[in-house]
Write a protein that binds this ligand. Structure first.
Ligand code: DQA
Length: 148
């Protein structure tokens, strides 16, 4: 059985009340519930983490990426636009990563147009709200089958 690691970055714990005009009213809890149901249906294992701390994201990717996960779905949130450390953790573990964003980052402020993560990701999905996670997860399931 393949295993998919899902990592949500900073402030995504506030989904539902955080800038609903941008991110919608969906909560992280309901996204996670859908992902777990999808994992069950797709017959893959799933582990989900949310943290507001950059170093913790690096630790999770190192640990789970080396030992357990066959693919990673990550919304690095604000760290998308700043984090060399998360990018290098993804490169280091060598499992395919799917970058997801709820919003279309290219339609927004210019500082969001740069992703440090995209060059080391297998691909990315953005702009579809919670469906970005659903589509990203399905992509991760498919690519995980080509690994190991
Ligand atoms: C986000 C987009 C980022 O620019 C922002 O910092 C977030 C959320 C998204 O899912 O649309 O926190 O990653």
């Amino acid at each position: 059985m393949k295993n998919i690691l899902v990592v949500h970055g900073p402030n995504l714990n506030l989904l539902g009340k955080r800038e609903p005009d941008v991110y919608g009213k969906v909560t992280l809890e309901s996204i996670n519930k859908e992902l777990k149901a999808l994992a069950k249906k797709s017959k893959v294992g799933i582990k989900i983490f949310q943290t507001n701390t950059e170093g913790e994201i690096v630790d999770i990717i190192q640990k789970e990426g080396d030992t357990w996960a066959d693919a990673l779905v990550i919304n690095p949130a604000a760290y998308t636009h700043t984090s060399v450390a998360i990018r290098e953790a993804i490169s280091a573990v060598k499992i395919p990563a799917v970058e997801v964003h709820l919003s279309n980052i290219f339609k927004r402020e210019e500082f969001r147009h740069k992703s440090y993560i995209s060059p080391v990701a297998a691909g990315g999905i953005f702009g579809f709200g919670k469906d970005s996670y659903i589509l990203g997860f399905l992509a991760a399931v498919n690519i995980s089958k080509n690994k190991r």
